[in-house]
Design a protein around this ligand. Structure first.
Ligand code: ZN
Length: 161
């Protein structure tokens, strides 16, 4: 069957940046399964996969707007280290959950300078063009339960909400 909304699609993928550095890849034993048409993966890739068949391979470049969004400078803030109470050894590259005006948000520590810590609330892949090599491994209809939950249930999932 072809990839269409309400199907569970299994893909093998490699994700590279503009320089060709591999950012992420699915493991051979555990390819990525997702529910098509429900926003479970980035919009640009979901669109490219629509209508494809099992065994199809594609190489696509997804612009930031169709990936993890444009980089937003307003999501970068510097805070005094003492506001990160309870977190030891604050270092660049750490991922934290910070309280912001818009509620809790995942942030990355990008700089520690003296007593000031720079926190970046952008997704680590925001602003990047994403180069995917994708192969469609399997397509099956979703179960009613998966559709009502809006995501895939693996064979070994003991569920949950
Ligand atoms: Zn579920």
């Amino acid at each position: 069957m072809a990839v269409a909304p309400d199907c569970v699609v299994t893909i093998h993928y490699t994700l590279k940046d503009d320089a060709g550095t591999v950012l992420d890849r699915s493991s051979p034993e555990e390819p990525l399964a997702y529910l098509h048409g429900h926003g479970n993966i980035i919009p640009g890739l979901e669109k490219e996969l629509d209508g494809k068949n099992v065994g199809d391979a594609l190489t696509v470049t997804i612009a930031p707007a169709d990936g993890y969004g444009e980089y937003d400078n307003r999501l970068v803030q510097s805070v005094p280290r003492r506001t990160l109470r309870g977190i030891k050894d604050v270092k660049p590259g750490m991922r934290l959950h910070a309280q912001t005006a818009e509620g809790a948000r995942a942030v990355t520590v990008t700089k520690v300078l003296g007593d000031m810590v720079t926190l970046d609330g952008n997704h680590p892949l925001a602003g990047k063009s994403l180069h995917f090599d994708v192969r469609v491994g399997d397509v099956r209809p979703a179960t009613e339960e998966e559709l009502s939950h809006g995501h895939v249930h693996g064979p070994s999932d003991h569920h949950h909400h």
